[in-house]
Design a protein around this ligand. Structure first.
Ligand code: SDX
Length: 396
């Protein structure tokens, strides 16, 4: 009898933990970080305020804000040895391959001094990771384009510093565009946490063995890379580009027919969600951010943005999508706005990882702080061969 593997989605979708960090109502399309609606945070706060909220449970007052921003700013540089680690990669390596390696390599510098069960050690690891991710993502980018690394500049904002490390060169002074700076900061807020998604669950499971937080976050980076998860923004932009090549808006109907044909394997990337069966609130905010950035850059007639809005309009009126409660998710517009800012497509998921690091580390720290937590050990439904005796070779 040969075993037949059957997958029981219900088995894996049971609640995996208690958490106080992020609440999602998938049917209503609601997302709250520590009780604050994402719509209010995206407008009234900046990303570092949101990091403070996710890590410590509340928004910082003025003194706490100054202290937290200062602590992060003072940890933005990475050890000079990290440059030699990069040199092992081909210049055309995918930025997520590089980032997975770089984040894991951070553990080589901090593993010995980090006791995951010490709250102070967990806190400094969180600060270091939040502070260093923009530097590592920018280094990965600079390495692939053969430009010198730009060191962090402490008088800039978190988003402004990242922009300068990405786009400046030593040859000229770089001026941060405040509209782009605000848009990037908002993109970070929208991606900061999302309860027990695949990469967060990976970080929790990895961290539950007691490994250091840098290694656990590296596992999250690797999981996020997948096109069904954080890689969807890159896949979505490539999909829009393919439709554009097919003939643009005029070919949307033909493309949608491919999506509805189950045998085609074609998905409408940036649509659908494991939890949201309504509009992802982040997608609405991302579309507004798109409008702002394209307006600022004089790209209001960006063909891919127009194509995306047409796709969304058609899908939201199409019975196939309505019946399956398929709506735009966070990835549908995020690629268009990042491309307009000048971020290369392969780097989109690295930006997602940069932003999600605070969520990963907040969720990891919440788990480790729980005295009841144990190493994760999911079970299985065994549907394989029944017990049997080993036959002699002649009888096999
Ligand atoms: C992220 O978990 C998180 O929170 C993740 C995330 C986060 O912040 O961490 O929100 C980030 O990962 C967002 C999702 C990004 N992925 C994509 O945009 C890739 C395209 N979307 C899908 O592959 C899909 O929607 C999933 C994987 C996200 C969800 O897949 P499910 O669980 O199968 O969705 P479902 O059960 O709601 O599907 C219902 C039906 C199925 O068809 P039927 O078998 O009922 O006929 O809709 C179909 C699905 O096949 N379907 C799609 C589709 N998504 C689901 N059909 C076409 N295009 C799609 N995008």
């Amino acid at each position: 009898q040969t075993g037949k593997f059957t997958y029981d989605p219900g088995f894996l979708s049971t609640a995996s933990c208690n958490s106080t960090i992020t609440y999602i109502d998938g049917d209503k399309g609601e997302l709250l970080y520590r009780g604050y609606p994402i719509e209010q945070l995206a407008v009234n706060c900046d990303f570092l305020d949101t990091c403070h909220l996710l890590l410590y449970g509340d928004l910082p007052n003025a003194d706490q804000r100054t202290d937290f921003h200062g602590r992060v700013t003072n940890h933005t540089m990475v050890n000079e040895q990290m440059q030699f680690f990069l040199r092992g990669f081909r210049r055309d390596a995918h930025p997520m391959a590089i980032l997975t390696g770089l984040v894991g390599a951070l553990s080589a510098f901090y593993h010995d001094s980090t006791d995951i069960n010490n709250p102070q050690h967990r806190d400094i690891a969180a600060i270091r990771l939040i502070a260093k991710m923009p530097t590592l993502v920018a280094m990965a980018y600079k390495y692939t384009v053969g430009q010198p690394y730009m060191y962090p500049q402490n008088d800039l904002s978190y988003a402004g510093n990242f922009m300068r490390m990405m786009f400046a060169t030593p040859c000229e002074t770089y001026k941060v565009n405040p509209v782009i700076e605000r848009a990037l900061d908002r993109i970070f807020i929208l991606h900061a946490d999302h309860e027990q998604n695949a990469s967060t669950s990976t970080v929790r499971l990895c961290g539950s063995s007691g490994t250091n937080p840098f290694a656990a976050i590296a596992a999250g980076v690797a999981c996020l890379w997948g096109p069904s998860h954080g890689g969807a923004n890159e896949a979505c932009l490539n999909m829009l580009g393919d439709i554009q090549k097919m003939g643009g808006v005029a070919k949307v109907g033909e493309f949608m027919n491919q999506v509805k044909d189950k045998n085609s394997g074609v998905k409408l990337m940036g649509f659908g969600h494991r939890v949201y069966k309504n509009y992802d609130p982040r997608a609405k905010l991302m579309r507004e951010t798109c409008h702002e950035v394209l307006g600022e850059l004089g790209l209001q007639n960006d063909p891919l943005f127009k194509l995306a809005m047409e796709l969304e309009k058609i899908a939201l009126e199409d019975d196939y999508f309505v019946a399956r409660k398929l709506y735009p998710n966070v990835d549908f517009y995020s690629g268009i706005v990042q491309r307009a800012i000048g971020i290369p497509v392969p780097l989109f998921t690295a930006i997602f990882a940069l932003a999600r690091t605070v969520g990963w580390i907040a969720q990891l720290n919440e788990m480790i702080a729980d005295p009841e937590y144990k190493i994760g050990r999911p079970r299985q439904l065994f549907v394989g061969a029944a017990p049997r005796d080993v036959p002699p070779l002649s009888a096999r």
